[in-house]
Design a protein around this ligand. Sequence first.
Ligand SMILES: *Cc1c(COP(=O)(O)O)cnc(C)c1O
Length: 435
Amino acid sequence: MNFTDNKIKRTESAKLFEEAKQYFPGGVNSPVRAFKSVSGPPLFIKKGAGCRITDEDDNTFIDFCCSWGPLILGHNHPSIKKLVMETAENGLSFGTPNRMGNLLGKLITENNRYIDKIRFVSSGTEAVMSAIRLARGVTQKSKVIKFEGCYHGHVDSLLVKAGSGLATFGVSTSAGIPESFARETIVLPLNDRKLLDETLQKHADDIACIIVEPIPANNGLLIQDRSFLEYLRIKCHDYGVLLIFDEVISGFRVGFEGAAGYYDIQPDIITYGKIIGGGMPVGAYGASNEIMAHIAPDGPVYQAGTLSANPVAMAAGYAALQEVLQPGFYEEMAQKTADFTKHIQAYCDQKGYELSIPHIGSIFWLAFTKNRILRADQIDPADMEKFKVLHHELLQRGVYLGPSGYEVGFVSAAHTPEDLTEAAEKIKEALDVVF
Ligand SMILES: *Cc1c(COP(=O)(O)O)cnc(C)c1O
């Protein structure tokens, strides 16, 4: 490995990680945090402010992970903190309806043309799981089509990949998932209309829904052509299949109305998470009045949650979403991100480095190829060795990326053009080590 020497101290993080291993499997509470695909022990972060985080060894980094997406306003945003503290003064949870839930529900539904009603849950996984149940309840069918390279949380029937041969039923990617569950899922490659047609022709009578990340951002950033998403919309309509947009990342990220608004495509059900909670555990799913009428207590599809829509979580989401509704918010985020990626791209082109930076809104991904990547299988796993070097070199220089080359980066409102120029300079230096 051609790393430069470790300049930053990771003594405290290393010590805490050793301790954490006694309590948690692999020392973590979510697997990718363990730094398995990059070097050294994971950093234990003790605080964040704006676009920067500080670890237990007092190293500070410009952060592009941003808690994996929720922190569109950056760390410790004053208006979120204020409303959360004020709300917490009165208690954390009652398990009853509360005014703060109404405020957030109203803010979202009044500013989103693609859903009439919403139901709050406590994570993206829970949102997706509930949306799938809703689709099955509405259509009275059972199978689900998903796409290779899209992640939908750790829902049993969605932790699957394509079996051998094309358009076969899925095989699980995790132990503990009965084969019978995996068989309820059909996995297709993205951007393949022919295979989609064949699958729908053969199985439409059993297919409840197609679920897609309209902006696939969990396995690299596989930005699709609008026409493919439009094709899904038309085919779902033709075959009586519901279309679910999993907008846990793209929702409130590429615009207040997420990818549905960005592409102006009306899905049947939309799932949200991450940004919607302003940094607290919140997920949600929404749809038309007609579809949402199937949810209990109005309808027969059961779904519940002890801490769902608790006032403190609602307050964090409400404070965050008020900010993103300010005029020009998304335009500015997209412009900053485009300038940032252009700066790095120009350097790579001049140096002849094999790198491109797909980006949309304030999401970007460092791809170690010049080719446009539309499908998961077009990513060369060998590129991850390059990412490992890049990640290490960036930590040395005070820039924090999510600890895997398959992860996208997020620019927040707190990243100023100066911060982004500083980060770009450091990324250029690190790329000089990689190439
Ligand atoms: C993060 C994510 C999920 C899962 O959300 P959790 O809150 O981690 O359960 C689901 N779908 C997509 C598209 C995501 O990015």
